[in-house]
Design a protein around this ligand. Structure first.
Ligand SMILES: Cc1cc2nc3c(=O)[nH]c(=O)nc-3n(C[C@H](O)[C@H](O)[C@H](O)COP(=O)(O)O)c2cc1C
Length: 320
């Protein structure tokens, strides 16, 4: 199951990917994931082509910043126009992307109403044009990330004909929330139909759910939400699949990872207050395996700056 993954011109040593998560998968998150797990690659959050083209600092700042210590990164773009997409693809190619993905799954109304995200699944002509434009504009592997729907056949043909190198399938319809279980059967449909590698995505959180996804025959898998607050998850899954032992980080290391994540965010966002708000969001995920979880989360929710957040982490470590 764990094996090298060849996508277009590039081969990655493993076939587990950390997927895009808006508001989360920026450089600090990706760096920690890379350091602990070394997945095939990680992804930026979705970035609009317009942002890349018109905000000149974008590639050095919040969305587009690549940390020199992180591993390969797939830039995920949202687009509705082939000319713009082509320009954005050229820019992210020059900015150090390892792959480039077209978002065809975003269910947000603002994105869909512009003819981007999951709305592309109902317009296979435009989908073909966009993917074709990407292929013409970069030597990097081109990826397409979709959700499943009724007209899967047309979508598969458009992506295949346009020459994409990899297809990522999130096994839910764009109208479905996370309570609806992932449709592995639909992922298998693409695996059987496509002549390019298919990456399965949805509800992977442990070895059992990972094996269920690999049972679709997919060439690789993408982890989404489960990677938040446990950057070591992919390393743990790889070790467990290989029947190797894996030691979870202790409380001290978990707190150190959370502290590093938030401190790096404060630098990246140039905004300590915002980073602390993010710390509140992340604390509950990092605290999954901590004793006195509730007390720790409550303490983090009361802090307002980086020094008090650091003190809370240090006090917690001293107390366990
Ligand atoms: C908070 C959040 C943000 C997300 N942002 C993106 C995004 O920017 N681009 C994208 O393609 N998918 C995005 N997704 C979807 C995930 O990449 C993934 O497809 C989905 O969560 C299913 O995988 P999971 O069940 O393992 O979480 C997001 C999901 C969540 C929960």
């Amino acid at each position: 199951m764990i094996q090298p993954l060849t996508l277009g011109s590039r081969t990655f040593p493993v076939n587990i990917i950390q997927g895009p998560l808006a508001g989360i998968s920026n450089a600090p998150f990706r760096l920690l994931t890379w350091r602990y797990s070394q997945p095939a690659y990680t992804c930026t959050e979705m970035i609009s082509c317009k942002t890349i083209i018109h905000q000149s600092d974008m590639l050095r700042e919040r969305f587009g910043y690549l940390d020199p210590q992180e591993g390969p990164v797939c830039f995920q773009l949202s687009a509705n126009n082939a000319t713009e997409l082509s320009e954005a693809v050229k820019r992210v190619t020059n900015a150090g992307a390892a792959l480039i993905d077209l978002n065809c799954g975003c269910p947000v109304k603002k994105i869909r109403s512009k003819g981007a995200g999951s709305s592309l699944l109902s317009d296979s002509t435009k989908l073909y044009q966009l993917v074709h434009a990407m292929k013409q504009s970069t030597h990097l592997p081109v990826s397409v990330k979709i959700r499943v729907q009724q007209a899967n056949e047309e979508v598969a043909a458009a992506i295949s004909d346009a020459g994409a190198d990899v297809l990522v399938v999130h096994g839910r319809h764009w109208t479905e929330h996370y309570e609806t279980p992932c449709r592995h059967h639909d992922i298998q449909y693409f695996v059987e139909r496509m002549n390019i590698p298919v990456i399965g995505n949805g509800d992977i959180a442990d070895v059992k759910t990972l094996q269920k996804m690999f049972a679709t025959g997919c060439a690789g898998v993408m982890i989404g939400r489960a990677g938040v607050g446990q950057p070591w998850l992919i390393a743990k899954l790889i070790a467990e699949l290989k029947n190797e032992s894996f030691t979870l980080p202790d409380a001290q290391e978990i707190c150190a990872a959370l502290l590093e994540h938030v401190s790096r965010l404060a630098i990246l966002l140039k905004n300590e207050k915002f980073a602390i708000l993010q710390a509140r969001k992340f604390a509950k995920y990092y605290a999954r395996h901590l004793a006195n979880r509730a007390a720790f989360i409550e303490a983090v929710n009361t802090c307002h700056d980086l020094p008090s957040f650091t003190t809370i982490c240090q006090q917690y470590i001293a107390g366990v």
